[in-house]
Design a protein around this ligand. Structure first.
Ligand code: MOS
Length: 754
């Protein structure tokens, strides 16, 4: 008898009865009823409201700050400036938990300095009895500055020679060279060598950044819509000189983040400061303008992609160079080359990323930082090469499909782009596509189709979880992960239900509170797989514990029978136990401690051994008004290889969200900076456009649904792959429709009126 037969099992036949099903999200009814509470919805007795005054110059120092009018405004409790704020400890990094967060300089220690580093930096904090009073008084703070020369315009700066190489390039794989790409390019029989640009894009999560802060005798509690609970706690601990355990961060529900809530921004720190200074609970919810002024977003980029090929369409050279903007007081390079070494078989590759420093708000993560905009350049260039070669763009990709990752020779954990392309061709009807441009007209509309590939490297990080099996057959999973709108708790409940062989309805998942075992950040498409890995370990240990108890009870046999929840209950009841609980992680304060070394080791080992990517391809139809240049996207299909799909309803929704965000980047989004003052001129959704329903086609999503052999349950993170390649697919379709190649996002009317 093998050991596994000896012990009773909770796996089959119930196994996989939940994973793979389109279960409705458990938070759906709460959200539909408006009873899911967000960070700015917690009421406390004596609650006060805070608002910010923003600097109006990009660089210089405050020589005088007159708070008299603000102090005198009815309802104002306190006006806090750098002259009055208590000292806080400076923070060196935006976010030390991920390698991309080594910044270009020490971050601004808000209200502990009279120096101004960007137009929009908070220079005063007003606390009042009402939100309206706080906002009005914030406008009454009068600041006199001594301005210094500032550099704020990326277009101007990127031509200067000050481009810097950074440590981050190495860490994030931005720079690489194989063979001699420049030499190979020179002698290539067919080549394209193009410049592409993408603009400064702003974060626009539906839920505005908000914090409600409460101090109780040296302990700080914040309701904060972070997507990174653990770092928020540590960041505040450093800032305010507290032990992490004296800080509680609660983020039960987060109304979208996309990377804009991965780091700690002024709102969180200054709400805590306001509560400390006034001794009252304080709520600060940024205005939409406040998000544009104080929360970083996607850097503008300028990119060169040069491809060389033989007449047979096989690539001989690939060069991808990117320049992005980084704030002088923090920010990170946009790793635009992240996908470029892994997608197409090429013997000669050169990738590089450089930054220019400007006196601007630190940029930050924004859905697929790097790939979202890097894929626009690469996937446009591939399409341009296909035109040069007069070969179908899918056929060109097929001819260059690599066996192993071209840039480092590592194997892919799984890769099946041939199936992705084949499904896309069939479902979209690609075969009917005329090969030339401007070939189809329907009344006023020029009609074209285009495609592009999608690629993202989901990360894996550690997560602590606890899993409790109660004698009534119910299960409680606890982990401080983030329900950021994607159905994370639902997916984890499905996973835990199958791992323990209980029905989905028996599992409750508690999340979003630093009192729970430490979870991962909701970033880098890492959360689902990272939490699932720990849940599976905990469930396995819990099952063994249960077997042990059963053996002590003399119950070994019947526990293995189908319908195990009942059997599990019987075991616990007979042993006189109310529950069994396992906790993974290094903290032994609660439950049983299990070393996480195994998981950490696995994560590091993964990176050394293989390339694990979520992939896909987008197919779209666009219509361009022949006279006005108006672009309408009229059909969309995304085919994805994201490993095993835990819940197709949630997964499709998330991939669709990525595509919609990509359509925003393709057609609308651009934060405009006044080159004289560095001020964002369209800081609000009236002037900065994101897609609305009227802009969107029906979006079809299809999967291979084939498990990855190296991840828990074979799932690959899918939060970010959806946006990659979208803008290129649109630009490629616009070219097909009109014959006009647009290389500068967004694709606006003026670029099509030729
Ligand atoms: Mo994502 S940009 O890692 O939240």
């Amino acid at each position: 008898m093998t050991p596994s037969r000896q012990r009773p099992t909770f796996e089959s036949p119930a196994a996989s009865s939940s994973v793979g099903k389109a279960v409705d999200r458990v938070d759906g009814p709460l959200k539909a009823a408006g009873s899911a509470k967000y960070a700015a919805e917690y009421d406390y007795p004596d609650l006060a409201y805070a608002a910010l005054t923003y600097s109006t110059i990009p660089r210089g120092r405050i020589v005088d700050i007159d708070t008299h009018a603000a102090q005198g405004h009815p309802g104002v409790v306190s006006v806090i400036t750098h002259l009055t704020a208590p000292e806080m400890t400076p923070i060196r990094r935006l976010n030390p938990l991920v390698p991309g967060s080594f910044t270009s300089g020490t971050l601004v220690n808000y209200l502990n300095t009279g120096q101004v580093h960007w137009n929009g930096q908070p220079v005063a904090l007003v606390v009042a009895e009402t939100l309206e009073a706080a906002q009005e008084a914030a406008r009454l703070v009068h600041v006199t500055y001594e301005a210094s020369p500032a550099t704020v315009d990326f277009e101007t700066e990127r031509h200067k020679a000050e481009q810097k190489k950074s440590l981050v390039n190495t860490l994030m794989g931005g720079d690489a060279a194989v063979g001699d790409a420049d030499a190979a390019l020179k002698v290539a029989p067919v080549s394209v060598d193009r410049m592409y640009s993408t603009p400064y894009e702003n974060h626009n999560a539906m839920e505005l950044h908000a914090t409600t802060a409460i101090w109780e005798g040296g302990r700080l509690t914040v309701h904060d819509n972070t997507q990174n609970i653990d770092w928020t706690r540590k960041h505040l601990a450093i800032k305010f000189g507290l032990k992490a355990r004296d800080i509680r961060v609660i983020a039960t529900y987060v109304g979208g983040g996309f990377g804009g809530k991965s780091s700690v921004w002024a709102v969180t720190v200054l709400a805590a400061l306001a509560a400390q200074v006034t001794g009252r609970p304080v709520r600060m919810m940024l205005t939409r303008e406040g998000v544009y002024r104080t929360v970083g977003a996607r850097s503008p980029t300028s990119q060169r992609v040069a491809l060389g090929a033989g007449h047979d369409g096989r690539l001989t050279a690939l060069v991808h160079e990117g320049v992005s903007q980084i704030g002088r007081v923090g920010g990170l390079p946009e790793p635009v080359t992240a996908q470029s070494g892994h997608m197409y078989a090429t013997p000669n590759i050169r990738l590089s990323v450089a930054t220019v420093e400007t006196d601007t708000l630190p940029n930050t993560f924004m859905r697929a930082p790097g790939e979202a905009v890097g894929s626009f350049a690469l996937e446009s260039a591939i399409d341009e090469l296909a035109t040069e070669l007069d070969v179908d763009p899918i056929e060109l990709r097929r001819r260059n499909e690599p066996e192993r990752s071209p840039v480092d020779g590592k194997p892919f954990t799984r890769r099946d782009m041939d199936s992705v392309y084949a499904r896309g061709e069939q479902l979209f009807g690609w075969g009917d596509r005329p090969s030339g441009q401007r070939a189809v007209r329907d009344g006023r509309w020029l009609v074209g189709t285009g495609m592009a590939s999608a690629f993202y490297l989901p990360a894996r990080v550690t997560a602590d979880v606890s899993v409790r099996l109660n004698a009534d057959g119910t299960v409680l999973v606890r982990c401080a992960f983030h329900e950021i709108g994607v159905g994370a708790a639902t997916a984890q409940a499905q996973i835990a239900a199958d791992a323990l062989g209980v029905p989905f309805s028996a599992v409750t998942v508690e999340h979003g509170d630093s009192e729970q075992p430490v979870g991962p950040g909701a970033f880098a498409s890492a959360q689902t797989a990272s939490v699932a890995a720990s849940i599976l370990v905990a469930c396995e240990l819990l099952t063994r514990d249960l077997e042990r108890v059963a053996r002590r009870n003399g119950q070994g046999r019947e526990v293995g029978a189908p319908g195990s929840p009942a059997a599990a209950s019987a075991v616990l009841r007979r042993a006189g136990l109310t529950h069994l609980e396992v906790r993974t992680g290094s903290d032994t304060a609660m439950g049983r401690a299990v070393s996480q070394a195994r998981l950490v080791g696995m994560i590091l080992n993964d990176r050394r051994r293989f390339v694990r990517a979520a992939t896909g391809a987008h197919f779209c139809e666009v219509r361009v008004d022949v006279d006005t240049g108006e672009v309408r996207v009229t059909r969309w299909l995304g085919v994805f290889d994201v490993g095993r799909v835990i819940n197709p309803k949630l997964a499709s929704s998330q991939l669709r969200g990525g595509i919609i965000m990509g359509l925003g980047a393709a057609l609308f989004e651009e934060a405009l900076v006044d080159p004289r003052t560095g001020r964002v001129m369209n800081a609000g959704m009236a002037d900065y456009h994101v897609p609305v329903h009227a802009d969107l086609p029906h979006i079809d999503i299809d999967y291979l649904d084939d498990p990855d052999p190296t991840t828990p349950l074979g799932l690959l993170g899918l939060g970010e792959v959806g946006i990659t390649g979208v803008a290129a697919a649109v630009a490629n379709a616009v070219f097909h429709a009109t014959g006009v190649r647009v290389r500068d996002l967004p694709i606006t009317l003026d670029q099509l009126l030729t």
